[in-house]
Design a protein around this ligand. Structure first.
Ligand code: HEC
Ligand code: HEC
Ligand code: HEC
Length: 362
């Protein structure tokens, strides 16, 4: 995809390159922008994680996010980061990691918030990696249980041998019903009349303990209720029926600011848009730029209601940053600074989305 993509205007490509080099050299580029009054607003650690970190590190902390494929090195998978100390994590979260997309958050989060989000990551995503017994349990689970109960403990819809399907260990009902003792008994002696055989003869008691503790710590945990975050608000919320945001019914929350405290300059973004985005998305945002004819899937139509009802600032910012795999939409974070992405996103928002919002209200 990137191979077939070339910037339409040579001189602007040079400007971009220069911008990138400056971006790398400028000391401030490794810090996230100001979040207004530092340390105010939402400071629950889980909310902070989902607002500031999950866009790259993933909802489950395993580094699987839309950003995964466009960043080098990719965002860290915390689930196998057992060697990371709490202190190292606090330092990196505060100051960033040079040469990677990991910026420092000290301009946006205060010390307590940074410690809180790090502890949340350790407790939620690293618990298995940090505990040798749970790691042993994970290995045993992978060897003996995964075939029937699935990687996330979700069970199998169809019975695998026997007539009863493997139980969904992650369901709220299972969480309520299955005490540790009951589980140890079930794994040791099996469940008569089902494919769940007893492992008592095959695994030492310590291993049965370990696998049960692993299932309880890693798989029998409620999913976070937080949906629709700063980072991917509009789309996540708009696409997920029953999401917790009140904005779901009417579309995305259009008041959401840019992520990372960024403020876009729409005028600068407009110049950039006309030089670099309009060839595909069209000067009018209708997706009918001169290059569009040759492209499949077609560039996004920014004045279509499916776009104007669901793409708020953070959603446009995220989409522009990471691009769309399998389409001609480049990942602009490879060539632009955060601020430049904010500028062009602000322009797209003000020129195409806001007017549609206003007409819709009338
Ligand atoms: C724009 C994407 C992005 C965001 C947002 C982001 N990170 Fe990162 N993070 C990365 C990348 C990339 C790395 C570097 C991975 C590597 O060096 O292998 C990283 C590394 C880290 C590391 C160090 C891991 C190591 O192996 O040294 C920590 C800790 C971390 N991030 C915490 C956070 C926290 C906490 C947040 C939210 C406040 C956050 N990150 C937000 C992309 C991101
Ligand atoms: C051949 C498929 C299969 C394998 C392998 C298997 N299970 Fe099961 N498991 C089942 C089935 C089927 C049930 C549902 C039994 C029932 O409803 O009574 C079940 C039920 C359970 C239950 C719930 C028991 C209860 O009291 O309701 C636990 C806990 C469990 N399995 C854990 C494990 C663990 C841990 C392993 C690996 C050491 C494992 N299972 C391997 C098929 C399997
Ligand atoms: C070479 C053509 C091309 C260029 C140049 C281009 N885009 Fe795109 N853009 C696309 C295509 C193709 C899609 C994907 C449409 C789809 O997924 O159906 C897209 C999708 C998008 C989306 C929506 C993403 C989504 O998930 O649906 C946004 C926002 C966007 N582009 C912004 C921009 C901005 C801002 C620029 C300029 C900085 C830009 N694009 C430049 C082709 C392009």
């Amino acid at each position: 995809m990137t191979a077939s993509f070339s910037l339409p205007i040579k001189s602007s490509a040079l400007t971009i390159l220069a911008g990138v080099l400056l971006g790398i050299l400028a000391p401030t580029s490794s810090e996230a922008g100001q979040r207004g009054a530092k340390g105010t607003g939402e400071s629950r650690p889980d909310a902070l994680y989902h607002n500031y970190c999950s866009v790259c590190h993933g909802d489950r902390g395993d580094g699987r996010s839309r950003a995964q494929n466009s960043l080098k090195p990719p965002p860290r998978d915390f689930t196998n980061a057992g060697e990371l100390t709490r202190e190292a994590m606090i330092t990196i979260t505060t100051h960033g990691k040079p040469g990677t997309a990991m910026v420092g958050w000290k301009t946006q989060l205060n010390e307590a918030e940074i410690a809180g989000v790090v502890d949340y990551i350790r407790k939620t995503f690293m618990i298995v990696a940090l505990d040798p017994k749970l790691q042993r349990g994970k290995t045993i689970y992978a060897q003996n249980c995964i075939a029937c109960h699935g990687a996330r403990g979700q069970g199998s819809p169809m019975p695998i041998g026997g007539s009863v399907p493997a139980r969904d260990l992650a369901s709220p009902q299972a969480r309520a019903e299955l005490t540790r003792e009951r589980m140890i008994t079930a794994v040791t002696t099996g469940r008569p009349g089902t494919a769940m055989a007893g492992f008592g003869g095959r695994l030492p008691a310590a291993d049965i303990d370990a696998v049960v503790d692993y299932v309880r710590a890693a798989l029998m945990v409620p999913q976070t209720e937080i949906s629709g975050t700063d980072a991917h608000a509009g789309r996540a919320a708009a696409q997920r029926p029953g999401g917790s945001r009140s904005a779901v019914a009417t579309g995305a929350d259009m008041m959401q600011p840019m992520p990372n405290g960024l403020k876009g300059d729409a005028a600068a973004g407009g110049r950039f848009y006309m030089a670099n985005c309009a060839t595909c998305h069209g000067a009018k945002g209708d997706g009918k730029g001169p290059r569009a004819y040759f492209i499949n899937p077609k560039p996004r139509n920014f004045i279509d209601p499916t776009f104007t009802s669901s793409f708020n600032r953070p959603a446009i910012y995220a989409a522009t940053s990471v691009g769309r795999l399998g389409t001609e939409m480049p990942a602009w974070n490879k060539v632009l600074s955060d601020r430049e992405i904010a500028n062009v996103s602000e322009f797209v928002f003000q020129r195409f989305v806001l007017p549609a919002q206003k007409t819709a209200k009338k």
